[in-house]
Design a protein around this ligand. Structure first.
Ligand code: UD1
Length: 374
């Protein structure tokens, strides 16, 4: 077993809900290597960007993620307030106890903020899910991706399109590692554990007889008018099916101001991982503005309708079951008609989305850190 002074400490940063499913398998893969004498060590830093049990703790529990070593407890705020709070507190942590590498995942505010802090302290940064781009600068996530990748040392990618984006930005080939998708590691590992939510029987849901919807992007949910139009269009186009709608806290604020919603919409709290993916796996279709959900529906072969104009995950459209229809609610009726008429593509699974991505990442991290101290 390696001595304490030989351990190479990797900070694993997690801040918001979509980060948790990405880090869980990476921690497990590092632990597996440690059990075989690896020098890799890890410290889990939760920034506290998401803090509600339903947005955070439920995921730790269901995905068996260990308690974070540190919680920066930054809480809510504007983009700048959150970024600043995370930076100040993460810098304090690193000044007290440095790590040898900072591993960030995805595209949330915590991803960008911690990458900047680490790199300014000359701690190398590894970015999981690097290189994806929507081209839409109105999304905070796109700014987060661009800034993070501008100061990343090691790029772990999910697709050939991401590799190309990085090459075009001048990233040297030797720093790009095409490893696949850690979110899919979590999906495949937990699929046998998916379970119905407590309202399944009470609401008389059955496989293929309902639609799932999620909606939380500012462009879709911050205005009452646009959210109302979307909800009415969906409710009218689903041929009487129920629409199960786990409501994100951001969306809940606008919904509260809307008053009554169409009666076939079933508004529920944000669902834990196992229940949410049970709902998706048995749905007739999913309507969403999320990115991660389009990857999960692709792997589960469930038709997915994305209400955005762009996607940073084009393989979910070119290979998978996803269709981008834009944000105009009028597009919903013809799209759902195609679905009900059985005119939906079958879809395939993108390369390396095979459940082994985190093992490839852990192996590569060990090589990179070994080379750094050699
Ligand atoms: C963030 C991510 C987004 C991700 C989404 C998933 C950024 C820029 N965006 O957006 O990429 O898809 O998470 O959920 O990082 N709130 C709570 N409880 C919580 C967390 C948030 O009530 O646990 C409230 C906040 O006070 C705020 C709103 O929800 O009013 C939005 O939260 P915020 O973290 O700012 O961004 P998200 O929209 O969740």
């Amino acid at each position: 077993m390696p001595q304490q002074e030989d351990i190479r400490l990797v900070d694993i940063i997690a801040g918001a809900r979509p980060n948790f499913m990405k880090i869980a398998p990476i921690i497990r893969a590092i632990e597996a290597r440690r059990a075989h004498g690896s020098c890799l060590g890890w410290r889990l830093v939760h920034t506290g960007q998401h803090y509600d049990a339903r947005m955070s703790a439920d995921f730790f529990e269901q995905l068996n993620i260990p308690e974070p070593h540190v919680n920066l407890e930054v809480g809510s705020g504007t983009q700048a307030e959150q970024t600043a709070a995370i930076m100040v507190r993460y810098e304090q942590l690193l000044l007290k106890e440095r790590s040898q590498l900072c591993l960030v995942v995805g595209d949330v505010t915590s991803t960008m903020a911690c990458a900047i802090v680490a790199q300014k302290l000359c701690i190398p940064v590894a970015h999981v899910e690097a290189g994806i781009r929507s081209g839409d600068w109105t999304m905070p996530e796109e700014i987060n991706r661009m800034v993070t990748d501008a100061i990343t040392n090691y790029f772990f990618t999910t697709s050939e399109v991401a590799n190309q984006n990085l090459r075009h930005a001048g990233v040297a080939e030797g720093r790009i590692f095409f490893v696949g998708n850690t979110m899919i590691d979590t999906l495949l590992a937990n699929r046998p554990r998916f379970r119905p939510p407590e309202f399944w029987n009470r609401q008389q849901l059955s496989a293929g007889q309902y639609v799932v919807m999620t909606m939380h992007r500012p462009a879709n949910v911050d205005s009452e008018q646009s959210l109302r139009a979307v909800l009415q269009a969906i409710a009218a186009a689903v041929r009487g099916l129920k629409v199960v709608f786990p409501v994100h806290p951001r969306t809940a604020k606008t919904l509260a101001a809307l008053g009554a919603v169409p009666s076939n919409l079933l508004l529920v709290d944000p669902q834990p991982y196992l229940e949410f993916n049970y709902l998706v796996q048995h749905a007739k279709a999913v309507i969403t503005d999320s990115g991660g959900v389009t990857e999960e529906t692709t792997v589960m072969g469930i038709p997915c309708i994305t209400m955005r104009n762009t996607t940073e995950r084009p393989e979910t459209v070119s290979i998978g079951t996803n269709e981008l229809i834009g944000t105009d609610p009028d597009r919903l009726a013809p799209t759902l008609e195609a679905l009900f008429d059985g005119r939906w593509k079958r879809g395939g699974i993108p390369p390396l989305w095979d459940g082994k991505t985190s093992e490839r990442i852990a192996e590569r991290l060990e090589e990179l850190l070994d080379a750094a101290v050699a």
